[in-house]
Design a protein around this ligand. Sequence first.
Ligand code: NAD
Length: 355
Amino acid sequence: MKPFTFDARLPRVLFGEGALAQLADEAARLGARRVIVLCTPQQTDQADQVRTLLGAYAVATFDRAVMHVPVATVAEAHAAARQGEVDLAVAIGGGSTIGLAKALALLHDLPYIAVPTTYAGSEMTPIYGLTEQGLKRTGSDPKVAARAVVYDPLLSRHLPIGLTVTSGINAIAHAIEGMYSTDANPVISLMAEEGVRAMAAAIDGLVAAPLDADLRSQALYGAWLCGTVLGNAGMGLHHKLCHTLGGSFDLPHAEVHTVVLPHAIAYNAAAIPEVVARVHRALGGMAGTSVPRLLFDLARRGGAAVSLRDLGMSASGLDRATDIALQQRYPNPRPLERNAIRELLQHAFEGITPT
Ligand code: NAD
């Protein structure tokens, strides 16, 4: 067995249908007195539900969280927090809202509880992003970790099926890259394999029955495992490409992950036979099927876009995307080869069935 170091970073988690009802107790446990609720303009109903459950703790709401955490939005949210003299934030939503809470923790030392409603996994990581003048910088800081995470599957019941599929595949991407990360270890790989299994089965089930409570629980359980992998292992080529395409070409986060993943795994497959075997098993693949093909078919069965072209990318951007993805070197099982990465992006652009 390869030697490893495992310095686990795991936020406190409350999981289960109706877990949201424990929010006021969590606020009390953290010694909070005055709480601000963060959400996007699309999730004000869920923020109201949170406010009701928090009772007298809830003194303010900021409902303008947006993708990529612009610094101007952080400043506005901070002004609302200062005005309300708050000592805790509750972020209800996906990676965008939790990203705003992380920025407030980083820049203004405001602790937060995360209440995830997608499967993106940000709530389990110490990774933050901030966008200023069109440039997104990311970093990792223990300061931005959630003080508690409340996973209540009832909150994702009405997540549109399109985002359910792409957000779920976004989670699967964390798990697969975590298994071949230089910081991989046996525990992370166990969580990753189980995360892929739970999430892939839930995606297929939810396409047929989007309101099924057990399947929503299973998907959120998968998201927790995959997010934990993301928080404890460095990512490789796939995440780098998605970061480039999202940040520099303004393409939607979960959808990009869904398009690129089969092609990124096809690029690395020959260098990671053991990981491929485990993912194949987790995806319930039949003999003779390939992991890239299984991932591609999972997306297609869920009705997700499988080409960058369909996400609005233009062919003229592919050379620049390749250059940006190669600017900084990072660990990846197969060495980064310019021509092969350009070809990978061409395949993703066209939505070619991976072999
Ligand atoms: P998102 O947070 O941008 O949400 C997408 C849309 O779906 C929003 O309008 C949101 O309000 C809505 N929505 C969310 N949950 C819903 C629900 N249950 N029902 C109905 N609508 C709902 O999407 P995301 O994919 O969760 O997050 C993407 C962002 O998170 C990206 O900026 C990405 O970089 C970041 N991210 C960060 C990390 C990290 O570790 N730092 C990890 C994953 C993602």
